[in-house]
Design a protein around this ligand. Structure first.
Ligand code: NAP
Ligand code: GDD
Length: 375
């Protein structure tokens, strides 16, 4: 029976990884941060299970990390905690460096100080953002790094310090260079989730327009649930090695919009260029026309807003997962791009429908109270 510690357990990946490790019989411990509202939506369904434990710790606080690591004495650590939003890293570069760079060092030192350097396997959440202003396509484990945001520069430190501890102290620590992976649990300000939520809200009459930044940006998007399995596989490997984890297929933000809106019944066409580009309704399915009579062919649903441009933007990420496929036996095509979009849109259609039902119940209740029908 193994014990794992997951930092960033409340995040998208932390929640899927917890489920995965629990299903394998692991004792799962996770670190959480104190906040004024205890909002742990992604792991709420796991709380209370006998093999699931939470501890307060922060990547900016060495003592909290030493305390939790020496208490739990994990066989495996998955360091997923990070300020993970690239655009936010331009506004909070120092905080991002403290958590995403020095935070990794704190974990490694806490493991050494706890006397676990010879036994504990450590996974570090590296990122395709390291390739940044890309020097070749597609990118593999040998592609040079060229970080292009405060987030990526911080993550590069994390990546190199893990390599350093592996070589200097012979520790089993490795990094997964993960390309973008999304899900119905993705944070709402990342572009895919922003799009699927907007498609659901527009289809159900709760939003009229979606404002986005660079529509031409290219990403290799996979399904987060498939990617957490690879984190685990990396720690079961004979030796600690870094791996690129990606699908090997690239799409633009514009493509993502097209497929997401198509799935709710709206075919989009894109007209204009650059900041003037717009996503316009080309056709609507008869089913959607019945549900939402406000929508009409020619309506502009997507516009470009400079608010979402970045001072430097990474625009051509495309991963080559050959090494993970061959050495770990991982299947990069388990969930296709179209299936991923469908999973996300279906979840958001249900979420918006539930919100609308709640609003309708509240409205009826207010009316009934006013009329004295209910007291
Ligand atoms: P996420 O949903 O943003 O989750 C980030 C987690 O880190 C949350 O649990 C957050 O806790 C925690 N955290 C933030 N600051 C912290 C701090 N100072 N101390 C302790 N915990 C802190 O991110 P994700 O998408 O699951 O990604 C997981 C990891 O993979 C991150 O390191 C990310 O940079 C990296 N990554 C992600 C992708 C991707 O496409 N998703 C690709 C490559 C690499 P709160 O809930 O309290 O905020
Ligand atoms: N967030 C966002 N919002 N991005 C937009 C928007 C918008 O309105 N419009 C266009 N984009 C573009 C961004 O400029 C970027 O080129 C691309 O869409 C993807 O942006 P995000 O979804 O925010 O993800 P990211 O690629 O910057 O970062 C994510 O993936 C990295 C791995 O490559 C995060 O999960 C990082 O933590 C992760 O390391």
């Amino acid at each position: 029976m193994k014990t794992a510690l997951i930092t960033g357990i409340t995040g998208q990946d932390g929640s899927f990884l917890s489920e995965f490790l629990l299903s394998k019989g692991y004792e799962v411990h996770g670190t959480i941060r104190r906040s004024s509202v205890d909002y742990r939506e992604r792991i709420a369904h796991l709380e209370g299970q006998p093999k699931f434990h939470l501890h307060y710790a922060d990547l900016g606080d060495s003592m909290s990390l030493i305390r939790v690591i020496s208490k739990v004495r994990p066989d495996e650590i998955y360091n997923l905690a990070a300020q993970s939003h690239v655009q936010v890293s331009f506004d909070s570069p120092e905080f991002t460096a403290n958590v995403d760079a020095t935070g990794v060092l704190r974990i490694l030192e806490a493991v050494r100080l706890s006397g676990l350097a010879d036994t504990c396997h450590i996974y570090q959440a590296s990122t395709s953002e390291l390739y940044g202003k890309v020097e070749e396509v597609p990118q593999n484990e040998d592609t040079p790094f060229h970080p292009y945001s405060p987030y990526a520069v911080a993550k590069l430190y994390g990546h190199w310090i893990v390599k350093e501890y592996r070589e200097a102290y012979n520790m089993f620590c490795c990094s997964g260079i993960l390309f973008n992976h999304e899900s119905e649990r993705r944070g709402e300000t990342f572009v895919t989730r922003k799009i699927t939520l907007a498609a659901a809200r527009i289809a159900q009459g709760k939003q009229s327009k979606l404002y986005l930044g660079n529509l031409s940006s290219l990403r290799d998007w996979g399904y987060a649930k498939d990617y957490v399995e690879c984190m685990w596989l990396m720690l079961q490997n004979d030796k600690p090695e870094d791996f690129v984890i990606a699908t090997g297929i690239q799409h633009s933000v514009r493509d993502f919009c097209y497929y997401a809106f198509k799935h709710v019944g709206i075919e989009l066409e894109f007209v204009g260029e650059g900041a003037d580009e717009k996503g316009v309704i080309k056709s609507i399915t008869p089913q959607l026309s019945v549900v939402n009579k406000q929508l009409a062919v020619g309506d502009v649903l997507i516009e470009v807003s400079a608010d979402f441009f970045r001072p430097t933007d990474v625009v051509n990420l495309w991963g080559d997962p050959s090494k993970a496929k061959e050495k770990l036996g991982w299947n990069p095509q388990k969930t296709t791009f179209e299936e991923l979009v469908k999973i996300m849109v279906d979840a958001d259609m249900a979420k918006v429908a539930v919100e609308r039902a709640g609003e309708s119940i509240r409205t009826n209740l207010v009316e009934y109270l006013e009329k004295g029908i209910v007291k």
